[in-house]
Design a binder for this molecule. Structure first.
Ligand code: NAD
Length: 370
């Protein structure tokens, strides 16, 4: 089969859906068509792809392949160059109904990798985890860069410098990596999440968990989440959490927010009153900015100074670690491909497979996810 890897065209997107490592594994059985320059922003040259067995082609040939590997959903212009019946694999926004309708109308068999279920067999295909891990790391790096003081405690001849206090809101994959990274830099860390198992994870990394007690069975039940993801908490619990967080944020130097609820706007966790109460020169990095933000004052693609606090609204921080983000993403994609290519190296989409069912958003002209 012909497998195409086009260059990403979405502004700010630096990643690529295959690397020489994954191309090498595929090239023994398939014709791999990599668009010239596809890896340039991830420091992968055309020559490196070629040495791994790829043929370097133009956009039309890469997009016209039988299977197209992408990072982000194709633009109208890209879709127009794809074949009816082609397979498309990428982070395709499974909650964007219009986008899925367009892919269905183009006759694509489109797999949205964000929808991979959180089961053991699918762990190696979990793009949300591989990219969130990187974003959590980079969020701390960006915060440390913006913050005008040290992260670790220092005792010097010129006196002592206090360790930075870091508050992490939302401790999924990104938040856990944020804690681990801030810890390595010597910060003192507190964290909050709705899901009860998180407390133990936070403490095992040497951070303090901000406990917001559950006062009703309903709160306790909702906090369990579904499929490893959080659900929106009742207003009363959110109010109690906000009160506690307000007090902790007043003491914090850096706040990193990562809280998401699939298919919904991000929950507001650091309101304007809390920002006003924070120390001058403190920093908020809002990883949820693209989903509306955990802080209503964050602005997409900008670092703003509000009430004396720097608020960083960079979406897709994984794009700033393009080489490793591509390497991990490409391995996720390779593992997913194994699921839809049979022993004879032919396309075989098993519609009964749990991972296929969850990720196949359009097929044969039909929209499969609403
Ligand atoms: P996510 O990106 O959807 O959300 C980030 C975090 O925000 C979550 O921990 C969520 O509970 C939290 N959150 C939501 N509302 C909040 C609020 N009001 N206050 C505070 N926090 C709030 O989550 P994620 O990073 O994708 O991971 C969620 C969980 O799934 C993690 O425990 C992760 O380890 C687990 N996971 C399991 C598998 C698997 O079993 N295969 C794979 C990946 C992740």
């Amino acid at each position: 089969m012909r497998i195409g890897i086009p260059a990403e065209t979405r502004p700010g997107e630096t990643r690529v859906a295959a690397t020489p490592e994954t191309v090498k594994k595929l090239a023994a059985k398939h014709q791999i068509l990599v668009q010239s320059g596809a890896g340039s922003q991830a420091s992968i040259t055309d020559e490196a792809f070629q040495a791994a067995g790829a043929t370097i082609v133009g956009a039309a040939e890469a997009l016209g392949a039988d299977i197209v590997l992408k990072v982000r959903a194709p633009s109208d212009a890209e879709r127009a160059q794809m074949r009816q019946g082609a397979v498309l694999i990428g982070m395709l926004n499974p909650f964007d109904a219009d986008n899925i309708a367009r892919m269905a109308a183009s006759g694509l068999s489109a797999f949205a990798l964000e929808a991979v279920p959180r089961i053991t067999r699918a762990q190696s295909m979990d793009v949300l985890s591989s990219q969130a891990n990187i974003a959590g790391y980079k969020a701390v790096m960006v915060a440390a860069n913006t913050y005008q003081r040290f992260m670790p405690m220092l005792m010097t001849a010129a006196g002592t410098v206090k360790a930075a206090r870091v508050l992490i809101m939302g401790v999924g994959v990104a938040g856990l990596q944020g804690i681990a990274t801030a810890k390595r830099l010597g910060a003192v860390i507190e964290a909050s999440d709705v899901r009860p198992p998180v407390k133990e994870q936070v403490e095992s990394l040497g951070a303090k968990f901000i406990d917001v007690p559950f006062l009703t069975d309903e709160e306790k039940e909702i906090a369990q989440g579904v499929g490893g993801y959080a659900r929106p908490m009742p207003a009363d619990w959110m109010r109690r959490q906000a009160e506690l967080v307000h007090e902790r944020a007043k003491l914090a130097d850096i706040v990193i927010t990562t809280a998401l609820i699939p298919g919904r706007p991000a929950p507001v966790l650091i309101g304007e009153e809390t920002v006003k109460a924070m120390k001058p020169g403190s920093v908020i990095v809002d990883l949820a900015v693209e989903q509306g933000g955990n802080c209503p004052l964050s602005e997409l693609n900008k670092t703003v100074l509000k009430h004396g606090v720097y608020i960083v609204g960079e979406p897709n921080l994984a794009c700033q670690v393009a080489a490793d983000a591509s390497a991990l993403y490409a391995r996720n994609v390779l593992d997913f491909l194994k699921l839809i290519i049979d022993k004879e190296d032919q396309l075989a989409i098993d519609r009964e497979d749990e991972i296929i069912k969850a990720t196949l958003v359009s097929h044969g002209g039909d929209v499969l996810r609403k």
